[in-house]
Write a protein that binds this ligand. Structure first.
Ligand code: PMP
Length: 427
């Protein structure tokens, strides 16, 4: 297929936008080809500037769980736009979405809306530090929580893809407050906690790590963190920007029966519009400005278009059997991809939690970033390119998850499996 228009647009973009993109992984750099420029999307399909159609498993990196352009979401956005794009003043819609979030996450007694996942985690950490009076934070190698300074230390996603897990521009004086542990290694966390007693404000983690592929929590890991935090007076922040309303309506916390003191959301709760949220126990959240001293604000926070898209999306997710459907489709794809790999003799490790998944090019299993990094990246890149040429859009990095939507049909899945078998056979 020709992707000439995309390439021409990429060349033009590079003149005026750093690297031609507004978020690094979009540039397809790690898979060594020009990125697609997208003109539109509908259901399970996205269309590039050359009018090629692709079955899409990126779903805007997670938000599009209903598929693209669900008519009810489009209608909600249109109606909201007609009533005013932004007021910088409170609206009822913010209360409605906050109530919906609290109903799904009972531990999010109070919720503050922001405009991105980065803002949600950054603000939750400031709050944890303000509340505990401690400076240090603990995160996991390969987990990504957005690009705030103290979180760009051994980060996943694009930071892992481009081999700069700790970014230049993050002062060593900031980075020194960030402790990093190995994902799924409770003993490592216990050791760090013992060496930094009464100094750690919070532990932040992805309860299913989706920024180093797809890594489920090992049995006992989340429970162990919960009891360590209780014992040491550490705030447990569960970053559900990706997993929230994705791996269950109540996210990873519902699915694994664990509760954070603070939780972060984004992606799905904005139905594709820029949004984020953080929340938790009243006792902690009441330390936020204007009631408390920890400052946090946003010109577009609680934006009426984003709130409307989020409300319409969550209403649709409440339909009976929605998550069973996502599970069924994802399990079908998993079985097909496993069979295709086996048939062609390609060494892969497929990991999945609900509608998020990853095919690692290695035997696995993958429990940590060190494990994920053992994958054969050149094989991944060849697979990615072959799939793209066959009309299947996957995340352009081994260290990212794929996402299922309700709009993916059985035919889409069969087409994907057939394309994968063909792609595997060329490796
Ligand atoms: N946390 C997690 C778990 C994420 O996956 C992401 C983004 N992929 C973020 C935070 C940052 O969100 P945003 O890109 O909206 O700032």
């Amino acid at each position: 297929m020709t992707q000439q228009t995309s390439s021409a647009l990429f060349n033009r973009a590079k003149q005026v936008i750093p690297g031609g993109v507004n978020s690094p992984v979009r540039a397809f750099k790690s898979v060594d080809r020009d990125p697609l420029f997208i003109s539109r999307a509908a259901g399970s399909r996205i269309y590039d500037a050359d009018s090629n159609a692709y079955i899409d498993y990126v779903g805007s990196w997670g938000p599009m769980i209903l598929g693209h352009c669900h008519p009810k979401v489009v209608e909600a956005i249109q109606q909201a736009a007609a009533a005013g794009a932004s007021f910088g003043a409170p609206t009822e819609k913010e209360i409605i979405l906050a109530e919906m979030v609290r109903d799904a996450y009972p531990n999010m007694e109070k919720v503050r809306m922001v405009s991105s996942g980065t803002e949600a985690t950054m603000s939750a950490i400031r709050l944890a530090r303000g509340y505990t009076g401690r400076d240090k934070i603990l995160k996991f190698d390969g987990c990504y929580h957005g690009h705030a300074d103290s979180l760009l230390v051994k980060a996943g996603s694009g930071a892992a893809t481009f081999g700069v897990p700790t970014s230049p521009g993050v002062p060593a004086d900031f980075a020194k407050h960030t402790l990093t542990a190995t994902y799924n290694d409770l003993a490592d966390v216990e050791q760090l906690a013992a060496a930094n007693q009464n100094q750690i404000a919070c532990i932040i983690l992805e309860a299913v790590a989706g920024n180093m592929g797809c890594v489920p929590p090992a049995p006992g890991f989340l429970e162990g963190l919960r009891s360590l935090c209780d014992r040491e007076g550490i705030i447990l922040i569960i970053d559900e920007v990706m997993t929230g309303f994705r791996v269950a309506y109540g996210g990873a916390q519902e699915r694994f029966g664990i509760r954070g003191d603070l939780s972060c959301l984004g992606k799905i709760i904005g139905g594709g519009l820029p949004v984020g949220a953080f929340g938790g126990k009243k006792e902690i959240m009441d330390h936020l400005s204007p009631d408390g001293g920890v400052y946090q604000a946003g010109t577009l926070s609680g934006n009426p278009l984003a709130m409307s898209a989020g409300i319409a999306t969550l209403q649709l997710l409440q339909q009976d059997g929605f998550y069973d459907l996502i599970e069924e489709k994802s399990a079908y794809l998993e079985a097909g991809l496993r069979a295709a790999a086996e048939k062609t003799g390609v060494q892969t490790c497929f990991q999945r939690v609900g509608g998020m998944f990853c095919t690692y090019f290695q035997p696995g299993p993958v429990f940590s970033f060190a494990d994920a990094a053992k994958s054969d990246i050149s094989r991944f890149s060849a697979f990615f390119s072959a799939m793209l040429e066959a009309g299947i859009n996957l995340a352009p990095s081994q260290f990212e998850a794929g996402f299922m939507s309700a709009a993916h049909s059985r035919e889409d899945l069969d087409t994907t499996i057939a394309a994968a078998e063909k792609a595997f056979s060329t490796l």
